[in-house]
Design a binder for this molecule. Structure first.
Ligand code: RIB
Ligand code: CA
Length: 309
């Protein structure tokens, strides 16, 4: 039975690749893509989502969401994703229009029609999810699970302690983590170990299909950047999260207490994970602690290969 999912994202190179994996999986039924400002501005993340879905030949509805965080100014990441959000890659202009409903109403519409089975995969700042929860309080009973790329049990990437998606909108993350909906947090402590190495990319380049070309062209320029910070490869943050929803055996998780710092001068956006239970506060989030990288990369290659003509 396919899992009905909505992918909320801010494409973004790794978001794009994550979408390609989701489209190719026989385990997922992607009901909609919702877009949020994050890696680049909303206009670009949204257009990128349309382009990516048409490039993949998967004409799913794309509904636009928030152009800025709940209470803060938007912070973007062009230094990694480029001005367009898709690095140096140019995809064809989309032929389809955006869905006529906004992200929040689309999530509610799908949650209602999926009768409690809907799984949300959140790959960007959590603004859309938070707004949906605020606008539709009854939606909590209609959402099966939310899997988030965000946070970290250890270090950050936007600041020494905060990961980008949470850093951009910590208030939204706090609402989602405390919603009472089953949430799995897949943070940098795991996704930084979900990296692809040059040998993997060399193998993928032999697939010679449109998605393998996208993967090779979009990731190759990033190896130098990550080599400089002593990474063994390019971390595939969002693809690892989608893979963990496709194959539930990829991650090791633990039900822990997670609080989000929204006030700290140096710690805004830090996910404070009570690994040892010292706060005696009730756990609220399934926290990813480990990923089976080999299993992830094998699934990654299998799904990219599926785009063979
Ligand atoms: O910190 C990594 C996350 O921030 C990824 O989702 C990436 O796409 C950016 O949104
Ligand atoms: Ca993202």
């Amino acid at each position: 039975m396919k899992k009905p999912v909505i992918i909320d994202c801010d494409p973004g190179i790794d978001d794009a690749i994550a979408l390609f994996l989701a489209f190719a999986s026989e385990n997922l039924d992607v009901k909609a893509i919702t877009t949020v400002a994050g890696n680049v501005i909303l206009e670009k993340t949204s257009k990128n989502a349309l382009k990516i879905s048409e490039y993949a030949g998967y004409n799913v509805k794309v509904a636009r969401g928030a152009s800025k965080p709940l209470m803060r100014e938007l912070i973007t990441a062009e230094f990694i994703h480029g001005e367009s959000g898709l690095g140096s890659i140019t995809l064809l202009e989309p032929v389809r229009a955006f869905y006529h409903k906004n992200a929040y109403d689309t999530i509610y519409e799908e949650a209602t029609s999926c009768e409690g089975k809907l799984h949300i995969i959140a790959l960007g700042p959590l603004t859309n999810i938070a707004i949906t929860l605020l606008k539709y309080p009854d939606i909590k009973e209609k959402i099966n699970h939310i899997t988030v790329m965000g946070g970290s049990t250890e270090l950050g990437n936007s600041t020494p302690v905060a990961e980008f998606n949470i850093y951009v909108d910590p208030e939204a993350a706090k609402i989602v983590f405390n919603s009472g909906i089953p949430v799995t947090m897949v943070g940098l402590n795991v996704t930084n170990t979900a990296y692809i190495i040059t040998e993997d990319l060399e193998e993928i380049s032999t697939y010679k299909n449109k998605v393998s070309d996208f993967v090779v062209k979009s990731l190759s320029p990033l190896f130098k950047f990550f080599e400089k910070i002593d990474f063994p490869g390019v971390p595939l943050h969002d693809p690892a999260v989608v893979a963990s929803v496709i194959d539930e055996n990829i991650l090791e998780t633990k039900f822990l207490r997670v609080d989000v710092e929204t006030k700290g001068e140096f710690t805004r956006g830090k996910t404070v994970v009570d690994v040892y239970g010292v706060t005696n506060k009730a756990p609220n989030v399934n926290v990813a602690l480990k990923i089976n990288r080999e299993r992830f990369i094998a699934l990654f290659k299998e799904l990219v290969k599926r785009y063979e003509i």
